[in-house]
Design a protein around this ligand. Structure first.
Ligand SMILES: Nc1ncnc2c1ncn2[C@@H]1O[C@H](COP(=O)(O)OP(=O)(O)OP(=O)(O)O)[C@@H](O)[C@H]1O
Ligand SMILES: [Mg+2]
Length: 318
């Protein structure tokens, strides 16, 4: 697809979206998936990961999901972080017992975990604090790296989304490793700060290990999105330049600025494009989503890796 190719117009402008629905039912049945999902369409599973904390992973998940939905894409956000920030940032109340935990340990079907959000085109599998305990239980299981893959396979056998975005916790622990084992690609948000590159080598070497161990030989690095760019500092400019120099193909042109509207939107349970549609943050995330979509479309069609046998030569991460 070329730059000038049309991308489906939003079905409904963000500012005209209906008011938030009333409280979520405690045990909602799986929502109907919109008819616009074409038969046989691919689903691209993208883990948003960086072992560094506070770099903009969750913010990117929420706002990328919203911008993709605005462009007519059907998106499922899976919150794999016990902090449940993606859940609450999408206006969904974390509810005990509703996280992916029982699914990961094989005690519950995945489909009844899916909830609607107040944003048209976005569904969520919420997180809840109990997910923290999942790491211990999963680590004891055979094929511990593939628990999330198995859940995804079951999900994709029933429903199709254009994108599944997985919000990972700030570590390379069992949950993040499960996400990376199941995903087609990892999107890495990087804060424009001094130690950014150092952190990047940790996650890129983990991607290499997943290739080498055959746990997920097809895992791609979808891209690197630079976040919290502060126009007033020379350091931010230097960091972006440096990262571009090392990864010219991977870094998106769009740089997300530090913007107060972005940071306050989660307290309203809204993405920034709904909270303040004309803000610099909203403009940046829309531009980023356009780039993301263009790049992702060029790479579609890869099937989700099938769950396989435990990977013997990959140590459980600490
Ligand atoms: N572009 C931005 N401008 C201003 N504030 C931002 C921006 N991006 C993120 N933030 C704020 O920075 C903080 C960290 O962001 P976020 O929660 O997205 O990071 P994270 O990587 O998911 O964190 P964690 O590692 O704890 O999961 C949040 O308070 C968020 O609102
Ligand atoms: Mg987060």
């Amino acid at each position: 697809m070329s730059e000038s190719d049309p991308i489906p117009a939003p079905e409904q402008p963000a500012e005209n979206r209906p008011e938030p629905a009333a409280d979520q039912a405690p045990h909602p049945s799986p929502p109907r998936i919109r008819k616009s999902i074409r038969e046989g369409v691919w689903t691209r599973v993208v883990a948003i990961a960086n072992q560094k904390g506070g770099v903009g992973k969750t913010t990117t998940v929420i706002n990328l999901a919203a911008c993709l939905a605005e462009r007519g894409q059907n998106v499922l956000v899976i919150d794999l972080d016990p902090q449940c920030n993606a859940t609450s940032g999408l206006g969904v109340e974390p509810t005990p017992g509703r996280s992916l935990y029982p699914v990961l340990v094989g005690d519950a079907p995945v489909m009844d975990r899916i909830q609607e959000t107040r944003i048209k085109g976005i569904h969520v599998i919420p997180s809840e604090l109990d997910l923290a305990g999942a790491e211990v239980d999963i680590a004891r299981m055979d094929g511990y790296l593939h628990c999330f893959s198995r859940a995804l396979q079951n999900l994709l056998a029933t429903v199709r989304y254009d994108f599944i975005l997985v919000d990972c916790p700030p570590s390379l622990g069992i949950l993040t490793m499960n996400a990376l084992t199941a995903a087609h690609a990892v999107l890495i948000p990087m804060q424009c700060e001094y130690y950014a590159l150092e952190g990047l080598s940790v996650i890129t070497s983990m991607v290499r290990k997943l290739h080498d161990s055959k746990a997920n030989p097809d895992l791609e690095i979808e891209g690197i999105v630079m976040t919290m760019f502060d126009t007033r500092t020379r350091l931010a400019v230097d960091v972006v330049e440096e990262v571009r120099k090392h990864f010219p193909e991977l870094v998106y042109q769009t740089v997300i600025p530090r913007n107060v509207r972005i940071s306050e939107a989660p307290s309203f349970g809204l993405p920034v494009i709904v909270h303040d549609t004309g803000s610099a943050g909203a403009v940046a995330y829309r531009s980023f989503a356009r780039e993301f979509l263009k790049r992702a479309e060029a790479r579609r069609m890869t099937p989700v890796p099938a769950p396989s046998t435990p990977t013997p030569n990959l140590e459980p991460p600490t």
